[in-house]
Design a protein. Structure first.
Lengths: 261, 441
């Protein structure tokens, strides 16, 4: 699979890049909208949670504390959400190509994942910039952030690949995914802190794979601390396992995908 | 010579599940397999030599597209092997890789690369493509500004100039304006004579006969006939003309068009049973009239009495019509209308126009009427309608009381050998005599 992704790297890269470039084609600001959207969202949260509402974060005296906490979880989540959703739909959305050109199917999933990655990277960069302005400058431990986000994207890609294959046969999956992701969002401590959860619920968190990534990101950004090495191990394992799952499913059902589309 | 395309025992089955979750059970290997295989192709074998133009014909749903998709590598065969030496390009892919936001030039680079050509090779061909497409300034404008005709021109130009070893052409060619179509056909002929192997899939039978030497006729996923293109086309018409009308007769019914020795025509004329055996009348949808006199059946035969719907230019076809009266009919007439592919009425005539008096009929009586027509018309496809009428009490001599009429029958194909001098040009041959005087000094 990796070699086919490599063979088509130019296609994947070109299309992913072009998608960002042309998403806002026709509008005056064009490409800049890619930056304006996340910037606006981050500033909005900051304003609401520093001026209007004041939830307090332990060990963080800054009035921007909660906004920073929220964004540090929300940004990875949104990246993950977009990756899974778009990868799941990628076979159906690209049916026109898949039915007519002998291009390996995973290329389209890869293209979607890459475009989501670029989006996430840009949002994270903007966030880092906003953090400086808010007097919460990135520390050295932020260097671990790309690693966390990359393995999260790997997880999203693997899951999306698996669901994408399934979705070609059972279109309900794409619909059900919307609900499941919503549920998962509230099961992950993003808008709330895990400390407010009752003991049983806190234990449940360890069965939520997204939790590890979000937690690592919050630790890096909010506490300016390095995540524990074991959490890296867990994150890599999750990403690898899901990629394997997606890959094996694709290999097994590949001949039927084109017949079913 | 070693074949460029060789296909042996190729079969393709699609899995049809009655319930979607049956598929999931099959994946997990629970119970016996639940799908019903739908065999889109069965045991297809053929070989195509270098520089040959090979036709694939058959009615809709015969498996033509599936076969092409396997040859281009989009679908995997269920059984059998195929081998294609060199690069295959199919017009099925025409313009699929195009991005509306990119310019024509960027798109060519992009999609040619997608089809597996080297970037350097594409750069070399770009000027040729640009001039062939004839898009002018639009070549460097985004595709979203193109008209649909321009889009096709760009796609087709790319396609022909990439010079694949094997070229697959299907219906997609019948787009674009007539000038570009003619240019495309000329270019295709040039490629074929230049040694490109060509697979031609079309409903345009005149084009198949014209371009291809050999052809296969597919029917429900199986090869019904393989060999000479002209015979394949003739069998295709034999197959479609009587399709579905006599399901009880078995596969033999399609054989009539080409292989059987001509049925000996009886002195007393054609029998009703024979007409019914090769009946071409379809059921109700395109039928109207008062119904006092009914068309029961009709067959079309050539001069040797074989049922067929194609005829060489200036050749003769007989339309044998069986009518039955359900009420007393005085001075009946039976006639035909012939339309060209644009819907123009080319010719209409019947017993009354020809001054032929058919016998009066009492209820229940049957009559066979044979209209023999010489096709002094240009090559192409023609549809026809058959009708029966009585003289009308009101109106002039040219109005009639219509009893039964079947529309949209056929088509009849008038063929011509392009290597020989055509007897005339234009829509139809008019009676013409020639004289000359001289030479004088």
């Amino acid at each position: 699979m990796i070699d086919s992704l490599w063979t088509y790297r130019k296609f994947i890269w070109g299309n992913a890049w072009r998608e960002l470039w042309f998403r806002y084609a026709g509008s005056g600001a064009g490409f800049v909208w890619n930056a304006i959207h996340p910037l606006f969202q981050i500033l909005l949260y900051t304003l609401v949670f520093s001026q209007l509402m004041h939830p307090r974060i332990p060990n963080m005296p800054s009035s921007f504390g909660f906004a920073i906490y929220l964004c540090s979880g929300l940004i990875p989540w949104m990246g993950f959400h977009e990756t899974v959703t778009r990868c799941t739909g990628s076979f159906v959305a690209n049916a026109n190509y898949i039915k007519k050109l002998p291009i390996p199917e995973q290329v389209f999933v890869g293209q979607n994942a890459l475009s989501c990655c670029m989006n996430l990277a840009m949002t994270a960069a903007i966030f880092a910039f906003v953090c400086i302005l808010l007097g919460h400058p990135p520390s050295l431990s932020w260097l671990a952030l790309p690693l966390v986000l990359a393995s999260l994207e790997g997880f999203g890609f693997g899951l999306g690949l698996f669901l994408g294959v399934m979705n070609t046969f059972f279109r309900d999956i794409g619909q059900a995914l919307v609900l499941v992701l919503q549920l998962l969002f509230w099961m992950t401590p993003i808008v709330y802190m895990s400390s407010i959860l009752p003991e049983w619920a806190r234990r449940m968190l360890y069965f939520n794979p997204v939790f590890y990534f979000v937690d690592a990101s919050q630790r890096i950004v909010v506490e300016c601390a390095w995540p524990h090495w074991s959490s890296f191990l867990i994150m890599f394992t999750i990403a690898t396992l899901f990629c394997m799952l997606g890959y094996l499913t694709l290999m097994r059902l590949r001949p039927q995908i084109r017949d079913a589309l | 010579m070693e074949p460029v395309v060789s296909v042996r025992g190729l079969s393709k089955a699609f899995r049809i599940y009655r319930k979607p979750w049956h598929r999931a059970l099959d994946w997990m290997g629970i119970g016996k397999e639940r799908f019903q295989p739908f065999w889109a192709l069965r045991e297809i074998s053929f070989e195509i030599g270098p520089g040959e133009c090979f036709g694939i014909i058959g009615p809709n749903g015969a498996g033509k597209t599936t076969l092409l998709k396997i040859l281009t590598g989009v679908l995997d065969p269920t059984a059998g092997v195929f081998q294609v030496r060199g690069k295959v390009l199919s017009l099925l892919e025409l313009g699929t890789g195009f991005n509306m936001e990119l310019t024509g030039r960027q798109n060519l680079n992009n999609s040619a690369w997608l089809l597996g050509f080297e970037a350097r090779y594409i750069d070399k061909r770009l000027p040729d493509i640009e001039s062939f497409a004839g898009l002018g300034d639009f070549f460097d404008r985004p595709l979203k500004l193109y008209s649909s005709g321009m889009f096709v021109r760009l796609a087709f130009s790319m396609f022909v100039f990439l010079e694949p070893e094997v070229l697959i052409i299907d219906e997609a060619l019948s787009v674009g304006d007539i000038f570009f179509q003619q240019k495309s056909f000329a270019k295709m002929r040039e490629m074929i004579s230049g040694g490109t192997t060509c697979i031609f899939v079309s409903h345009d039978m005149a084009a198949v006969q014209n371009l291809c030497q050999r052809a296969i006729l597919l029917k429900q996923g199986e090869i019904d006939f393989s060999g000479d293109a002209v015979e394949a086309v003739s069998r295709y018409y034999g197959a479609t003309g009587s399709q579905g009308l006599h399901p009880s007769q078995g596969p033999d019914r399609f054989g009539g068009a080409g292989i059987k020795p001509p049925a000996v025509k009886e002195e007393r004329g054609i029998r009703p049973a024979e007409i019914m055996k090769h009946n071409i009348l379809r059921n109700e949808p395109h039928r109207h009239g008062a119904g006092g006199l009914k068309l029961v059946g009709a067959s079309v035969t050539d001069e040797a009495g074989r049922p067929r719907l194609s005829v060489p230019i200036l050749g003769k076809l007989s339309f044998n019509i069986l009518v039955r009266a359900t009420s007393a009919i005085k001075d009946p007439s039976c006639g035909i209308h012939l339309y060209d592919r644009l819907g123009n009425l080319v010719f209409a005539g019947g017993a009354r126009q020809s001054g032929y008096r058919l016998p009066d009929l009492s209820p229940g009586q049957k009559l066979v009427v044979v209209l023999a027509i010489r096709f002094n018309v240009q090559p192409g496809e023609y549809t026809f309608s058959l009708g029966v009428a009585e003289p009308c009490s009101a109106g002039g001599p040219n109005s009639g009381f219509l009893h039964d009429r079947h529309e949209l029958l056929g088509p009849v194909t008038v063929t011509a050998d392009r290597d020989r001098l055509l007897p005339f040009h234009g829509i139809a041959q008019l009676p013409m005599s020639l004289n000359h005087y001289g030479p004088t000094e």
